[in-house]
Structures are given as structure tokens and as C-alpha cells.
Write a protein that binds this ligand. Structure first.
Ligand code: ADE
Length: 217
């Protein structure tokens, strides 16, 4: 069982994906659990404010420490072992290797803090275990990175994918190998033919062809 608690202002943006297809099946099978914490519940003052202007000036608003710490501490009160992930464009780049590490930890509980606005008060990093970047580009918030991390981890949890082999033989899984090209019926579509060797029934030759046609990153 792997658990993700997502601290966000936009639960509505996350829930549909996590209630669909493999993510939903993973929860139905009891292999994954997704929980949400509304950061707004920990906001300050009558407006439940969670952000403020940066000291020193500049555009945009920053997530404040108080609501973030209170939200994280509310989760840690019931599970002190839970680890905090902060999606940020200046974090460590997310890779299949990282997804495997996270999926391979038994009974792991990850808290994903989704920043919004222009950024966050740097002191928030003192309560964060992993700073993760999904790539060298800037998104408006941590929700999409959270979904990508969750999807790539949960599909690796044993029992989640239909064919037990699928995750193992698939793209990236043994280092840098990309998946080989695959075909299904019909044998010919608009003049494009399935490579002969795949129809040959010669498993040795098929394995060789696949090896030769595997991509790398
Ligand atoms: N937040 C904004 N951009 C991001 C990125 N590229 N990766 C992770 N978190 C982000």
C-alpha cells in the first residue's frame, strides 16, 4: 500500500484523474490511497489567506509559512513518518529511477505540497524532504507535477497493472532502454505493414528485432 496526501487549493483539478482508469483501480484493489488536505482550511484571518507579497518587493504572491506548516503538521500528527515532497522547477529532476525508488518503499506515505501563486517562502524548505522538478519549464502550480509523480509511481506498485510483466519490460524500466515499436491488427493499414519478423513466430528473431529497435534516452 502506498499513500499520497495532497495538500492543495485545487482538489477539484486532481480528483477526476485519480478516480479514473489505473489510479482508480489501484485504490479499489487497496494498493494505493489518495487523500486531500485543503490548504485554505489553514489560511489566516477572515479571508483564510495563504499567501502574501515578497519582502524586498517584486511581482506576485508567495505561499506563507504558517498555513503550510500547519497543514503538513496536521498530517504528520497521525503519521510522523510521512515524507514531504515539494514540486518545484528548481528541484531534482524526476526520473523513472526515482519513481521506482518511491514505489519500492513498503507502506510509504508521501505528502505532496502543491504550491501555487508565484512561489513559496524559502523557509518552507525546512519541512520538505524532496524537492522535485518535472522538467526545465515553469507551470502555474504543483498539481500537474503531483499527478505525474503519482501516476508514474503507482503504476509500478506490484499488482496495479494488468499483465504482471508490463511495468517490468516496459520503457525505461531497466535503465535507459525505451520500449520497442509494437503493432496490433490489422497486418496492413493504409499501405503500412507490420514488420515481417513479428509475424514469423520465431521468438529468438523477434527478441533480437526488439532489442535492435529499442530506443534509448
Ligand atoms: N512548479 C512549477 N513548475 C514546475 C516544474 N517544472 N516541476 C515541478 N514543479 C513545478
Amino acid at each position: 500500500m502506498i499513500k499520497f496526501t495532497i495538500i492543495t487549493l485545487f482538489q477539484d483539478a486532481l480528483e477526476p484523474y485519480l478516480k479514473t482508469s489505473m489510479m482508480w483501480k489501484a485504490t479499489e484493489k487497496g494498493l494505493a490511497e489518495f487523500d486531500f488536505v485543503n490548504l485554505r482550511d489553514f489560511g489566516l484571518g477572515p479571508h483564510k489567506s495563504v499567501d502574501d507579497a515578497p519582502y524586498g518587493g517584486g511581482d506576485g504572491m508567495l505561499l506563507r509559512c504558517e498555513p503550510v506548516f500547519a497543514a503538513i503538521e496536521s498530517v504528520k500528527a497521525t503519521d510522523p513518518e510521512a515524507k514531504v515532497i515539494l514540486p518545484t522547477p528548481v528541484g531534482e529532476i524526476w526520473t523513472q529511477k526515482k519513481a521506482r525508488e518511491f514505489a519500492g518503499t513498503t507502506n510509504a506515505h508521501y505528502i505532496i505540497l502543491c504550491p501555487h501563486y508565484e512561489g513559496y517562502d524559502e523557509r518552507i524548505l525546512s519541512i520538505v524532504d524532496y524537492k522535485i522538478s518535472l522538467g526545465k519549464y515553469v507551470l502555474t502550480g504543483g498539481e500537474l507535477p503531483a499527478l505525474i509523480m503519482i501516476d508514474s509511481v503507482v503504476r509500478l506498485v506490484p499488482g496495479v497493472l494488468g499483465g504482471e510483466q508490463s511495468a517490468e519490460i516496459e520503457s525505461f524500466s531497466d535503465g535507459d532502454n525505451l520500449e520497442y515499436p509494437q503493432y496490433t491488427r490489422p497486418e496492413e493499414f493504409r499501405g503500412m505493414k507490420v514488420p515481417e519478423v513479428l509475424l514469423s513466430g520465431n521468438h529468438g528473431e523477434i527478441a533480437k528485432w526488439r532489442e535492435e529497435h529499442s530506443g534509448t534516452v
